[in-house]
Structure formats: structure tokens, C-alpha cells
Design a protein around this ligand. Structure first.
Ligand SMILES: Nc1ncnc2c1ncn2[C@@H]1O[C@H](COP(=O)(O)OP(=O)(O)OP(=O)(O)O)[C@@H](O)[C@H]1O
Length: 709
């Protein structure tokens, strides 16, 4: 659970990235002496030497080579081919995959290293996996692993550091895992299987009544009300997923679902309410849900439900982070709650589940009794977590087509009145399919919304339409692509300064006097934090001229020159920072954003200010958590932030800056995530239409063995 989330090699290799094998101008071949012959005489030492060369070039992480060396020491009989597979599997984990797909490896061997772009000239290139694996087949790899003593197919066998799974289902490839990740996937699979095979008995007429009470809009025959359907499906399952794009009503639906389930529980013979936890992977996402859920619970009309007088008090509004729920321990990947010390809960709702990695999901499910119901909410099309695994994406692979069994469709119609389109039913639908609902109508972005249309085109991989929409957008539109800004750094900086200016000027103009009451400082800081989401520059990459590091440095300088901040380095009022590592002693979580302000002096010395960083409190209250800059060890300036770090946040006006060069990071998921961070205005900052279009055509594929549910 560590690592720099922004380095390109952390992301899955894009599907459309041409393999080096097929590129038109391959780099000159390696000298034969440098290339271990994996079919014949190569030794482990030769292979490890080659891995060292890859590591020097940044194609492999030192950790990946160290693991191969460790495996060589533990199992000296392991062949160089087996050791190569160890290093590549480890490297895949660093790029967000849970395993190495051996068929993919054979088809496109060079996708598994962090190779530079094809057009970058290489000086004395080492052989690549394509060179090493030439003439070797998947069965050769399997045989090498079997004889290595490193991998076992089942958990029952003597555990080796790797696990090889060879599925007998046609179309499925053998997958090689580091054992830990195999275990996480199996934990998830078994926890979900257990829940999917034990649906909750429901009283259909009570359910129909509850749904009618909560959903005021009458059902129209030809347009299914997906929110109502989601509630019905989740009411009968111990595990359910509600996925949907921005503004499709995930929160609205879950609030109604909570009311429905709680009303059912309180209407039961013993009348005890369910113990419910609402959680999200980051503090920011938790705070956002907290805010929106609170407002929605208040407005909910509960009059048609049983126990309506006391029901509202039992609908939770407080959202906690997964780390906090599980009882994270400083400097440890172990939690206080686990199988041996489970959480006593009846229902757990996980919002922004696309950001939950395989390890976190496994740990959550491990800490829950089998009877605890689990509901995942999230947008399956967003970027996955930077850590290994794209659990929500993997589980939602069949969500578009739904695959509801005809009996389920009939039941849905009986309890909700909604007729499901026949193309979404499938007699061969799997148990997981029956537990997934995709919300398909955006209530935030109507049919004529530029942001909505652009997000849809990008999501469908239609780069040409997306470009046309951007090119044809007029002044009044909510999307824009000022092409000159993508090519002229100074113009870009000036444009960003102008967008940040109102908030920085407001901040300075409204600063309370040093002797003001603490509440006055808190209210001011709250307002500054709220205004901070008026505009956000997002960068696709970390390094390079359009990367987040340089943009932050240049923007800081430009703001200083414009007189909007008092310094161009160090700590100064108006510097926004994001916490990059959980700090339990300060109560700050990775991803929390604070603004440096002239705050109240410590100890109440009322005649002077003290520079402090104002963080919102995660309980959604109006209080501010003021932290001395010297106590913040790991923060980044965030005048610009990476798209990855922006997940779970929304901004009124979002601008997405793309690099001027090809990068494996530029994918459809990244562009979609960037666009959907915008509430009311989106600006693309890119100099090259081709790169944008290429990115939209490029998908992240995260290999996983979670397909059998
Ligand atoms: N069925 C509906 N009819 C009309 N408006 C709706 C409906 N459902 C949701 N909305 C409105 O659409 C907006 C977005 O809803 P909501 O916040 O529930 O969506 P979401 O999917 O959780 O959004 P996010 O992208 O923020 O996660 C809210 O203003 C909500 O009141």
C-alpha cells in the first residue's frame, strides 16, 4: 500500500499501445552475448544481470528484481524463465494489476515492462521480454513454473511465493500471482459467493409499498426507473452494487435504500434497527458523501413507511473512511478488525468503490461477519485505484448488458412496476449479474449538457465525436477547448492565475482581524475552502512540462508575481496542500486538502496571526482543523493536482491539462475521470487533437481472476 501514485508505470498498459514487436521501427536488436537464451543454456545469474540492466533503465522496479533474486536463493532449481516470470508478475502488481496473464504476455511480451515510448531512441538497448520469450509458449511458461517449486495451483499445497491458476474454462488464460494478491482475490470471491448464494427473504408487498412511498415519481411503462430497481435488487441481496456516472443518483438511491431497509428491520418482530456503517476510501470522499447524505436524509419524505416517526434517527449520516472503520494502526498494514475481531454491523455501504484496491476490499470483507450486507457504490468507468486491483471495474464488467435472468426481471416488474428491456435479460445470467444495477440517467447533466455529452462520447470511446463537441462548443457552452492555451505556457499560466484570482482576493479581503473569535476564523476558512472548489487545474501526468510538479512551481511563481500570494516557495497564505500519507496523530488522511491561511495564533495571543493550514473536519461540521505547517510532513501543493488525486472530488470549473507527448497514462478512464470532476464547466487544455483522440481510444485493462461470480 505504498508508492508514488503518479508515476506512469503504476498504471495498466493501455490496450491500444502498439507492441514493440509490431512497431514499424524497432530499436536495434541486442547483442547476442547480452541475451540469455531461456530455451537453452541461460543461467539464473545471466537473467538477474539482465534484470539489473532493466532496473537501471527504469523498465523494472528494484523491488521486482529483488524478488526474483530472493526466489533464486530460495529455489535454486528455478529456471531463468521462471525467475523472469517472477520479476514480471511483481512489476505488473506495481502497475495496478493483481496478476500476470500468461497468454497476454505471450501475445504482447513488451507490454509488461515500463518501456519508454517507441519513438524514443535507445542507446545500447538490452533485450526485452519479446526477445527473451521468442519461440517460447504458454505451456513452456507453465512447465517452467511447475518445475521451479515457486508456484502452486492450490492453497492446500506447500505454499510458494507465487500461485499459478490454470482455468479449464475456454477463453480464460493462466494467471500468475504473487501469493498475497491471489489470497486477496480468493477472499473477495468467497465472501461475495457466500453472500450471493444467500439472498435475504423479502416480503414483496411490503417492498412494493416501501418503494412507492419513497419514490414519488410514477413509473412509466417504457422507461425503467433504475433507482427504484436498484433499491429492489439491493433489498433482496446480501451483496449489491449500484454503479453509475456522475449525477445518476447513487447517493439519492442509497439514502432511499437505507430508509427502506431500516424501515423493514424496525418493522420486524424484534424491531431493532440495523447497525449500519457508511464508508468511503478517502477522507475527502467520506466528507463529500457526508455532506450530500445529510442534506438528502433531511428532505426525505418517510410518511409512508412503518415507524416513520423514529425512522429518520436511524438512518446514518456520518461517513467514515475505510481505514478508520477497520481500525488502522500507524505504520502497519494490519487493522484492529479482521476475521478474529469482526465488526458488528448489519450493513456496510462503500461509496467511491472504484478507488478501493484489492487488498482493502479483501480486508474489509474479512472483517465482516458472513451475514453483514455489503453495498458498493461507484462509477465503474472511473480510473481504478492506484494500488493493485480494480475490484469495482472487474465486478461491473457485465453491467452494461445487465444479464438479468427472466425470473428476476419478472420479479422486478412485479415489485417496482418497471419493465426491463428484453435485451438486458439473459437466461444464463450469473449470480453476480443479478446483484448489479447500473443507473443510466444523469440528473445532473441533462441531454443538452456539454459536459454530459462529452463524458458520454469519451466513455464510449468515440474520440472523434468528443473532439467535434469540443471544437464546436461556443462561448455559452459548458465545455471549451481553447487550443492556443495548450501550446503556450505563459498564456496558460496567465489563464490559470485569472481563474484563481477571485478566491485569493476574496481570502485576503475577508480575513478576520487577529483578535477575532475562533468561530469567525472558522467561518472564514470554511468559506475559503468552499470557494477553493470553484476552479481546479488537473494534470494527466506528474513529470514533464505539463506535469503537476512543474505546473505547481510555475503557478506559484506566477501568483507571486501577480501579487496574489506573498512568497513563491515554502509556506505562505493561499498555498493549498494535499496530505499524501495518512497521519493518525494529526487525524489527517491521504488526500485531505487544506489551505494555508493567516490563522488564529496558538495559545490565543490575540494581537497576531499565525500561519496555519485549515482543513475541514471529516465529520461535516463547520469546525476547522487548524494545523501548524511544521507538523505536516508529507504534503503536495495543489494549485494543480493529478487526475488520480482528484478522484472523489468535484469542482465547479475543471480544466484538464494533457501533456504534449504520448504517455501510457493517457487513457479513456483518465480523460473521463477528469471531465466528470466538473460540476458546471470543463476546459480541455491540450495542444494536440491527435493525442486526445488516441487517449480516448485507449483503455486500461486490469487483469484479474475475479470473473467467475
Ligand atoms: N430521480 C431523480 N429525479 C430528479 N432529480 C434527481 C433524481 N435523482 C437524483 N436527482 C438529483 O440529481 C443530483 C445528483 O444526484 P446524486 O447526488 O444522488 O447523484 P450521484 O450519482 O450520487 O452523484 P455523484 O456523481 O456526485 O456521486 C442531485 O441534485 C439529485 O437531487
Amino acid at each position: 500500500m505504498s508508492g508514488d501514485p503518479h508515476t506512469p508505470d503504476l498504471f495498466g498498459a493501455p490496450d491500444s499501445e502498439p507492441s514493440r514487436l509490431t512497431s514499424s521501427a524497432p530499436p536495434p536488436g541486442p547483442s547476442p552475448a547480452a541475451q540469455p537464451d531461456l530455451r537453452g543454456q541461460a543461467t539464473a545469474e545471466q537473467l538477474l544481470e539482465l534484470l539489473a540492466r532493466w532496473t537501471e533503465r527504469g523498465w523494472l522496479r528494484p523491488l521486482d528484481r529483488a524478488l526474483a533474486r530472493f526466489c533464486h536463493q530460495q529455489c535454486p532449481q528455478a529456471s531463468p524463465l521462471a525467475l523472469l516470470l517472477v520479476a514480471l508478475t511483481s512489476h505488473q502488481v506495481g502497475r495496478g494489476h493483481v496478476c500476470l496473464d500468461l497468454a497476454d504476455l505471450q501475445a504482447q511480451p513488451d507490454r509488461v515492462l515500463s518501456l519508454p515510448p517507441d519513438d524514443e531512441p535507445l542507446d545500447d538497448p538490452p533485450p526485452t521480454p519479446a526477445d527473451l520469450l521468442l519461440g517460447l509458449t504458454v505451456p513452456d511458461c507453465i512447465a517452467a513454473l511447475h518445475s521451479s517449486g515457486l508456484s502452486n495451483e492450490t492453497a492446500a499445497a506447500e505454499p510458494g511465493p507465487l500461485v499459478l491458476t490454470v482455468p479449464d474454462t475456454p477463453g480464460r488464460s493462466p494467471l500468475l500471482y504473487l501469493r498475497r494478491y491471489w489470497q486477496y482475490e480468493r477472499q473477495i470471491e468467497s465472501a461475495l459467493q457466500q453472500r450471493l448464494s444467500a439472498p435475504v427473504p423479502v416480503d414483496d408487498s411490503q417492498l412494493t409499498q416501501g418503494l412507492s412511498a419513497l419514490f414519488a415519481t410514477p413509473v412509466s411503462g417504457d422507461r425503467p426507473d433504475w433507482q427504484r430497481i436498484a433499491c429492489a435488487l439491493a433489498a433482496r441481496q446480501r451483496f449489491a452494487i449500484i454503479t453509475g456516472g456522475p449525477g445518476t443518483g447513487k447517493t439519492t438511491t442509497v439514502v432511499r435504500l437505507l430508509a427502506l431497509l431500516q424501515a423493514q428491520a424496525m418493522g420486524n418482530a424484534d424491531g431493532s434497527p440495523m447497525r449500519i456503517a457508511l464508508t468511503a476510501p478517502t477522507g475527502k470522499a467520506a466528507a463529500r458523501l457526508n455532506e450530500s447524505i445529510g442534506g438528502q436524509v433531511e428532505k426525505l419524505d418517510l410518511s409512508g413507511l412503518p415507524k416513520s416517526d423514529s425512522l429518520r434517527d436511524h438512518i446514518p449520516e456520518e461517513v467514515t473512511t475505510l481505514h478508520r472503520l477497520l481500525g488502522a494502526r500507524p505504520d502497519s498494514r494490519h487493522f484492529r478488525h479482521h476475521r478474529g475481531n469482526p465488526l458488528h454491523l448489519d450493513l456496510v455501504v462503500v461509496d467511491e468503490a472504484s478507488m478501493v484496491d484489492v487488498e482493502m476490499m479483501a480486508r474489509l470483507l474479512d472483517a465482516l461477519p458472513a451475514a453483514t450486507r455489503v453495498i458498493l457504490l461507484g462509477d465503474k468507468d472511473q480510473l481504478a485505484s492506484v494500488e493493485a486491483g480494480a475490484v469495482l471495474g472487474n465486478l461491473c464488467q457485465r453491467a452494461e448488458q445487465a444479464h438479468y435472468q427472466p425470473e428476476l426481471a419478472a420479479w422486478v416488474q412485479a415489485v417496482t412496476g418497471c419493465k426491463l428491456p428484453p435485451e438486458l435479460t439473459d437466461p444464463a445470467g450469473r449470480p453476480l449479474d443479478q446483484a448489479v444495477t447500473m443507473l443510466r440517467v444523469s440528473h445532473r447533466f441533462g441531454a443538452d449538457s456539454g459536459i454530459g455529452q462529452l463524458a458520454r462520447a469519451v466513455n464510449q470511446g468515440d474520440g472523434q465525436t468528443a473532439l467535434q463537441q469540443l471544437q464546436q462548443a461556443d462561448q455559452a457552452a459548458d465545455i471549451a477547448w481553447p487550443q492556443s492555451l495548450g501550446r503556450d505556457t505563459q498564456a496558460l499560466l496567465d489563464w490559470c492565475v485569472d481563474r484563481l484570482r477571485p478566491t485569493l482576493e476574496w481570502l485576503a479581503a475577508n480575513q478576520p482581524p487577529p483578535d477575532a473569535e475562533r468561530a469567525e476564523f472558522d467561518a472564514w476558512a470554511q468559506a475559503v475552502l468552499a470557494r477553493w472548489s470553484d476552479f481546479q487545474l488537473l494534470c494527466a501526468v506528474r513529470g514533464g512540462p505539463q506535469g503537476v510538479d512543474q505546473m505547481n512551481q510555475q503557478l506559484t511563481r506566477a501568483l507571486h508575481q501577480a501579487g496574489l500570494v506573498q512568497a513563491d516557495h515554502g509556506w505562505f497564505a493561499g498555498r493549498p496542500v494535499m496530505v499524501t500519507r495518512n497521519d493518525y496523530s494529526l487525524g489527517l488522511m491521504n488526500g485531505d486538502i487544506g489551505i494555508t491561511l493567516q490563522g488564529p495564533a496558538l495559545g490565543g495571543a490575540g494581537d497576531q496571526y499565525q500561519l496555519r493550514v485549515a482543513f475541514p473536519t471529516s465529520d461535516g461540521s463547520q469546525a476547522i482543523h487548524w494545523v501548524l505547517p511544521s507538523r505536516l510532513q508529507t504534503v503536495d501543493t495543489v494549485y494543480a493536482m493529478t487526475v488520480h488525486k482528484s478522484q472523489g472530488s468535484e469542482f465547479d470549473h475543471t480544466a484538464l491539462l494533457l501533456p504534449a507527448y504520448r504517455s501510457p497514462v493517457l487513457t479513456r478512464e483518465l480523460i473521463y475521470t477528469g471531465i466528470t470532476r466538473a460540476r458546471s464547466r470543463f476546459t480541455l487544455l491540450a495542444g494536440d487533437a491527435g493525442l486526445f483522440q488516441e487517449a480516448v481510444n485507449t483503455r486500461v485493462r486490469r487483469v484479474s481472476g475475479l470473473w467467475g461470480l
